[in-house]
Design a protein around this ligand. Structure first.
Ligand code: PXL
Length: 284
């Protein structure tokens, strides 16, 4: 009998603005994966492009939630962490990985920075803590800014164009922290194209996936990328194919965003690209 894969998504709930759990849940569900959630914080909106948002830190709920799960003997095929609600959650999430990883997959998206800057809600110590959490992951998916903060390097080369040597070197330095697979997003070698690069330390090969570049910033696309990437992996696609699927799905979502008048801070209409995504997974 075929068993359905189970993932635990550890991100915030930004009530409005299509990012983190409001993106991860629908995408992983559409990929046929049973998606449980462990909310790290509840915000009225995400923090990018809105002011006056509410912020309820759920740090205190994590241990009791996990303790209850343990009485039920719950397990997961993958743990997927993203935006954390506090510095203290870094250790708590590391503990969750120890408790639930089994022989499953641990994917860390070190959500904390973009476009050369740390998010306003985080201090520089978050970057050092996030590097330690990355060390516990099987696969990490930082953007170029997050990669620089994790490595303690200047975050001034996020925009590109990048050299192949710089990208390969960055991937290798990140892999040295511990994860066996590293996927770097926001990589661009030539104008008009952007995508991701992946290193699998088993074999040591570096692969790339690119699509058309749209000008400007699109909120929530990191979470769309991560959720699609994990969907591919849990549907037994290779690292390279999962990365290409994620790049294409983000690109299709951005194309749809460009065709609407909705303000960018409300996120991309990834919902409308779900049929294409499911077809690529062989589910439609
Ligand atoms: O998409 C990343 C993200 C997740 N969660 C919150 C955010 C952001 C990016 O700004 O503010 C709360």
């Amino acid at each position: 009998m075929k068993t359905q894969k189970k993932v635990c998504a550890i991100h915030d709930i930004s009530c409005v603005g299509r990012c983190s759990l409001t993106v991860a849940l629908p995408i992983l569900s559409a990929a046929g994966v049973e998606c449980s959630v462990l909310p790290t914080a509840v915000l009225s909106t995400h923090t990018g492009g809105f002011t006056g948002f509410t912020y309820r830190d759920l740090t205190e709920d994590i241990t009791p939630i996990s303790q209850h799960w343990q009485t039920l003997g719950i397990g997961f095929d993958a743990m997927y962490s993203g935006f954390l609600g506090s510095f203290e959650q870094l250790d708590l999430v590391a503990g969750l990985f120890d408790t639930y990883r089994g022989d499953g997959l641990v994917m860390v998206d070190p959500v904390m920075a973009d476009e050369g800057k740390l998010y306003g809600v985080y201090s520089p110590e978050m970057a050092q803590g996030m590097a330690k959490l990355c060390a516990k992951a099987d696969i990490i998916i930082p953007n170029l800014t997050e990669a620089a903060f994790i490595l303690g390097e200047p975050a001034d080369n996020w925009e590109g164009p990048h050299s192949e040597a710089f990208v390969t070197e960055t991937l290798r330095k990140l892999a040295k922290l511990g994860p066996s697979r590293v996927v770097l997003t926001g990589v661009t070698f030539e104008s008009g194209k952007i995508g991701a690069a992946a290193l699998d330390t088993v074999g040591g090969k570096v692969g790339y996936a690119f699509s058309k570049r749209a000008e400007g910033h699109f909120h929530g696309t990191g979470d769309t990328f991560g959720s699609a990437m994990l969907s591919g992996l849990l549907n037994d696609m290779s690292l390279q194919d999962s990365m290409q699927l994620a790049v294409d799905y983000v690109s299709a979502s951005i194309e749809l965003a460009l065709a609407t008048s909705r303000e960018r801070r409300y996120g991309v209409p990834f919902e409308q690209a779900l049929p294409m995504f499911m077809k690529r997974l062989g589910l439609l």
